[in-house]
Design a protein around this ligand. Sequence first.
Ligand code: GLU
Ligand code: ZN
Length: 298
Amino acid sequence: MSLLHPVVTRFAPSPSGAMHVGHALAAYVARRMADLHGGFCLLRIEDIDTMRTRDKRWIELMMEDLDWLGLHFDGNIMVQSSRFDIYATALETLRSMGLLYPCFCTRARLSAAAHDIARAPHEGIAPQRRYSRHCRSITPTEAAERIAAGEPHSWRIDMQRVQDLIGCPTWEDLRAGVQRCIPSACEDVILSRKDTPTSYHLAVVIDDAQQGVNLVTRGADLMSSTPIHRAIQALLGLPTPLYAHHDLLLDGHTGKRLAKRTGAASLKALRDAGFSAKQVMASIDRALKRGGMWSMEE
Ligand code: GLU
Ligand code: ZN
């Protein structure tokens, strides 16, 4: 496999709290991959969830933290909350292809159903396929009536239909090699809801293409989302970047995944505790060599 030139990577945080050492690792990996290949590393603020990211001070604190760490980015910063129109247009394209259906399930119903699936994995339901497609069988007439009556709903993508349309395209991870996207094995994810008229899955695909990102570096927790992204790229005629999913940080003492908001691992807390940026970056470097096991102690 050969990397495209120039390599364009990005760091795409969702600023809903203080930046954690795990975010620093993600930023560092993106920056380093760009630097290794003489390329560019862009910054994108993923703030489509306007409730969770309404406090803009998190962005300021994040910029301070990144500056303190010596992590800098190229070009203009893209801000997703200023791009809702663009996502809406793409959503309409998918709708006009007959790929969206309304889901009227309440949160309670969804968690009860997820529970049933988790208890019956032998029944042939892929574990990642959480949503039972319960609302897929609602007739268009009934759906239209319920929408007209003001019943709350979100819009899901019918991945079986996606497969009928695009088949099973491939994508490539730098570490794991060539992967095949099997749309029907993916969940019918939500692409739009009332309070958030787009979704991470839609926005990330559109913006990576818009920013010319050709190498997506991100945590291994998102590896299971990549087939969904690959499918959306195929549907919207967008290019497919290379991917490099990196290890997530684990607590060096317990081996457990560092909780997102573990106070002690916030960059601000490390800074306030007297650690230097150099020490923090060195701890990240060590963790990368130890499968993610992170500790400030050498
Ligand atoms: N905004 C996502 C997050 O903070 C990252 C998205 C991505 O890298 O694709 O988890
Ligand atoms: Zn439903």
